[in-house]
Write a protein that binds this ligand. Structure first.
Ligand code: GLY
Ligand code: MN
Ligand code: MN
Length: 500
């Protein structure tokens, strides 16, 4: 549950009966219409059904997580755990401290959402609770609102503790452990006291059971349903608009100095306006910063003649995010050396994208792209003496190319930017691609400014190109194909946007 906060002593709150009566009265009646059922509700119900089928007769606990302190009495904006969002359909900042419980019954489960509903105006919370109160953070839905919106049973969070502990010794209880540490600890205590095995093996058993649940929930998200695919299309479209806005503002980023911050802000503005926000910290890396793979400091200048590597994605209200990278010539045209690297990365990406089709393995995409990277490095004479393409691709004795591309080419994408991360190797890396999966294809080449093994002209050049690709019945659909990608098209894009 939420972290405890100490109340500062210098603050007092009015407590007289007269004030309480005064503050709780004189308000217009609350809205009585209930929300419409959300479009996602039936999709979320189907996901819960799959969970129910897999864990018949067991109690499954999926917390949203609690508010997290940023500093002192300020919290971060809340984001629910991805498994909770997936199984309830709740997005945005909904609902701190809520817990979805799948309660077993004959032939299946009841889905019950325990949450903190709207408090009455006669409560202290209404006006005095700066973390949850309506005066401070706004009104929350009522129990009836949530039931109407999501099509499941809702209960007050105060009923959760007894309900989850009931008959603990007579059935298996599993929890998504990383969603809410305090809740998990309490549940561990409940499970331990209900168990007859010794403490050490009990801990081992419940953790193994919980890990199995986490892996299943990750695996459940590998193939997207039609609603999820639509959310991803929206996320990509909004990201495309954000990239256009950055291209339009590149001259301003150069002129102002501290241009990486400007780029971060421009993209962030569009992400926040079009969606819930950014899906992960934007990488706005100019010049040699592009060679730091997760350059999210974004503290540098954007200089004429440099490349700007922008890796950014809009997360829409449902929390699905795009993850797209373009590497742009700040002055509008690539130098010969920049273009040489760019086209090598593009060729690798084309090979990777071509490998996205049902029947191929997830790992085939990386294999196809990295071969092209290795071929270029070999052709440019950068691999060590006597190491050819096959030798560097050798998994045990080679891998020299990794000096210039250390990361994988792909990951699954969805509610999390690195989606389905807890799925087992056989379901992820070694699995065949299936229609409905969405993955990134994002090779790169990174020549650090201080790399003495590459010619001077390549030093300080870092290029990544990243697209979001849907596996279809007969191949793939590059969801972000409309964002210019070839070197010529990127230059034309910059001209079109900056010159009108
Ligand atoms: N933006 C992180 C990644 O591309 O995986
Ligand atoms: Mn990515
Ligand atoms: Mn990325």
């Amino acid at each position: 549950m939420s972290e405890e906060q100490k109340k500062p002593e210098h603050r007092s709150r009015p407590s007289s009966a007269a004030f309480r009566t005064f503050v709780s009265s004189g308000w217009a009646p609350r809205r009585t219409t209930t929300p419409e059922r959300a479009e996602v509700a039936s999709y979320a119900a189907a996901r819960r059904q799959a969970l129910s089928d897999r864990f018949a007769g067991e109690r499954i606990v999926v917390p949203a997580g609690g508010l997290k302190v940023r500093s002192n009495d300020c919290d971060y904006v809340f984001r629910p755990h991805s498994a909770f969002a997936h199984l309830t359909g709740l997005g945005g900042d909904r609902e701190p401290d809520a817990v979805l419980v799948l309660e077993p019954r004959d032939g299946g489960h009841d889905a019950i959402l325990y949450f903190r509903p709207l408090a009455g105006r006669d409560t202290e919370e209404f006006f005095a609770d700066s973390r949850y109160g309506e005066f401070w953070v706004g009104a929350r839905p009522s129990i009836e609102d949530i039931e109407a919106e999501l099509g499941l049973t809702a209960r007050h969070i105060d009923e959760y503790a007894d309900a989850v502990a009931k008959d603990a010794g007579s059935l298996t209880i599993r929890v998504v452990r990383d969603a809410d540490r305090d809740l998990t600890e309490k549940l561990d205590t409940v499970r331990a006291s209900a168990s007859e095995t010794d403490e050490a093996s009990e801990t081992e058993q419940v953790e193994a059971a919980d890990d199995e649940l986490a892996a299943f929930l990750s695996t459940l998200r590998l193939v997207k349903d039609e609603w999820e695919i639509e959310q991803m299309r929206l996320a990509v479209a909004a990201t495309s608009d954000g990239f256009d806005a950055v291209v339009a503002d590149l001259p301003e980023a150069v002129r102002r100095g501290r241009g990486e911050r400007w780029v971060e802000g421009v993209f962030g503005l569009h992400a926040r306006h079009a969606g819930n926000g950014i899906g992960y910290d934007s990488i706005c890396a100019s010049g040699d910063h592009a060679n730091t793979l997760h350059w999210i400091k974004n503290t540098g200048d954007v200089n004429e003649g440099d490349l700007l590597l922008l890796d950014a994605g809009v997360e829409v209200d449902s929390l699905f995010t795009a993850d797209i990278t373009r590497t742009l010539p700040v002055s509008g045209t690539y130098t010969d050396a920049q273009r040489k690297v760019y086209e090598a990365v593009l060729a690798a990406q084309e090979a990777g994208i071509a490998a996205v089709k049902p029947g191929n393995k997830f790992s085939d995409v990386h294999a196809a792209a990295i071969r092209v990277i290795a071929e270029h490095l070999h052709e440019w004479g950068l691999l060590p003496e006597g190491v050819d393409v096959e030798a560097t691709l050798d998994k045990e004795h080679g891998q020299y190319h990794r000096r210039w591309m250390v990361h994988g080419t792909s990951h699954h994408l969805g509610i999390d930017v690195h989606d389905c991360a807890l799925a087992r190797k056989e379901d992820y890396m070694d699995a065949e691609l299936r229609p409905g999966m969405i993955l990134t294809v994002e090779p790169g080449l990174y020549f650090k400014a201080d790399d003495e093994l590459v010619p001077q002209e390549l030093r300080g050049i870092g290029v990544r190109i990243e697209d979001d690709v849907l596996v279809t019945a007969d191949g793939h659909d590059n969801l972000s194909a409309d964002i210019p990608r070839t070197a010529d098209d990127v230059e034309a894009w910059i001209r079109r946007i900056q010159q009108g």
